[in-house]
Design a protein around this ligand. Structure first.
Ligand SMILES: [Zn+2]
Length: 353
């Protein structure tokens, strides 16, 4: 277990005032205005109050307890996954150049290390990878002339934001995966499990494949079908991953959610796919989500079908738990490795959950 977060440092009113004047996003306080009775985020765009009328609070709860109402404009009580949403918006708004981590840190009021870590956690990609992906999506030139990402996406000929994300490739060499893994060496190990034969495939960067099949031969051919151009070789050192994956289902270690796994996966797909796969890893074991719930959680309420497609193209079963997504009425719908296996996995997780 992690230690609980540090209590916030006491607010230095002089420094906070400077940050308020600079409208510094992510500065560690909220401010209330005596004359309006409203409290705001430090970067609220409303008119700057007189300093004598301003009170600083570390949390929105304290501001509310002191009798202030949340501002309608900056909505300070809106949950603050928004720091990362803001970081993302900032990268999108500056997609015409490479934003250094230090700059993103300033924008969010976090350290470069923290912003890197939180961004990766929220987006499944580092800020740099995300920017590369945006550029690869061909949005760069459009963003240069347009003021908003939405405009740019339309100008670039996409008809919805999710399409644009779907088209934006992430990863070091995504084209290689697209071409059947040409030039890749993929090691694999397979073992029987209660859910069928499980096979794990890994590049030098991490696990790129985990599937379930009726027997060992089918397990290996599933890998070959996905990466027909790759050089495959048996690698017994990967057997530990098979065990760990099984254990996560049986004993509730919930490997999918483990941060240790971040570095152990070699997921490659579009920005949108990566976001969906990352979101899947945050569905707690024993629970399910519908495709439309997941779309809403991603802030793309109209992208239900794209979410379903991203789930269907997941290459790493169990560890990226696409089996935890079900139809609107709880129906099992499809599963790349068989609906019956999906049912078994969910049951196994419920039993130990
Ligand atoms: Zn405000």
């Amino acid at each position: 277990m992690k230690t609980s977060p540090k209590p916030p440092a006491p607010i230095d009113p002089d420094r906070a005032w400077e940050q308020l004047v600079a409208r510094q996003a992510g500065a560690p306080f909220f401010y209330a205005v005596l004359t309006t009775g409203v409290f705001c985020r430090p970067d609220c765009r409303s008119r700057r109050p007189l300093r004598q009328n301003v009170r600083f609070f570390a949390t929105t709860a304290e501001a509310a307890a002191a009798g202030f109402r949340p501002c309608q404009r900056c909505k300070p009580t809106r949950p603050s996954t928004d720091l990362m949403a803001r970081a993302r918006a900032y990268l999108e708004a500056h997609a015409d150049r490479t934003v250094p981590l230090a700059e993103l840190a300033r924008v969010t009021g976090l350290s470069p290390f923290t912003v890197q870590r939180l961004f990766k956690q929220a987006m499944g990609a580092s800020p740099l990878q995300y920017q590369r992906a945006l550029r690869a999506a061909g949005l760069r030139s459009a963003l240069k002339t347009g003021s908003s990402v939405t405009d740019a996406i339309y100008n670039a000929g996409f008809n919805s934001s999710s399409r644009a994300y779907e088209g934006a490739q992430l990863g070091m060499t995504p084209a290689r995966f697209a071409s059947g893994g040409r030039g890749e060496r993929i090691g694999y190990a397979a073992a029987p499990s209660p859910f069928g034969w499980m096979i794990v495939g890994a590049t030098s960067r991490g696990i790129c494949w985990l599937s379930l099949a009726a027997d060992e031969r089918q397990a290996v051919s599933s890998l070959r079908d996905e990466f027909p151009e790759a050089e495959l070789h048996a690698d017994t050192s990967l057997a530990g991953y098979v065990d760990a994956a099984l254990q996560s289902v049986r004993e509730g270690s919930d490997l999918a959610h483990s941060r240790k796994l971040d570095g152990a996966l070699d997921l490659r797909g579009t920005v949108f796919q990566l976001r969906v796969w990352q979101a899947l890893r945050h569905i707690p074991r024993g629970e399910t989500r519908s495709y439309s719930q997941l779309a809403r959680e991603l802030g793309e309420p109209n992208a239900t079908r794209a979410v379903a497609r991203a789930c269907a193209t997941n290459r790493v079963a169990v560890l990226v738990p696409c089996h935890r997504v079900v139809g609107a009425a709880g129906s099992l719908t499809g599963y790349r490795w068989g609906v019956e296996r999906k049912r078994q996995l969910l049951e196994a997780e419920r039993d130990v959950g």
